[in-house]
Write a protein that binds this ligand. Sequence first.
Ligand code: CO
Length: 134
Amino acid sequence: MIGRLNHIAIVVPDLSQASAVYRQVLGARVSQPSPLPAHGVSVVFVELPNTKIELLEPLGEMSPVRGFLDRNPAGGMHHVCYEVDDIIAARDRLRAEGARVLGDGEPRLGAHDKPVMFLHPKDFCGTLIELEQA
Ligand code: CO
């Protein structure tokens, strides 16, 4: 059911410092930071040949990644995002398998303006999974 790895998201305390690490130390192609107030993050996209890394810095007091950064002050890997062809069919299959979909179970528009949903890490090897309709 899951397809390509769309991105890996890493929450960081300092987006410009993290960008410099990826650009200068790792030699990656790194975008300018984009504030996404609707999502409570500022994001930098690291373009790799086969996928993307998203560096996320909390934006605003209601940021959904604020708590993660409080627990992981140096930052850390936050989620992986897999593509699916049909997110409603994916949700229904996952529920039938007993997996927990976070929130009300309705997809919402993610950072790429495509429908996304998140799956409970305890059902997936301790990893928060985002599904994005490709
Ligand atoms: Co994501």
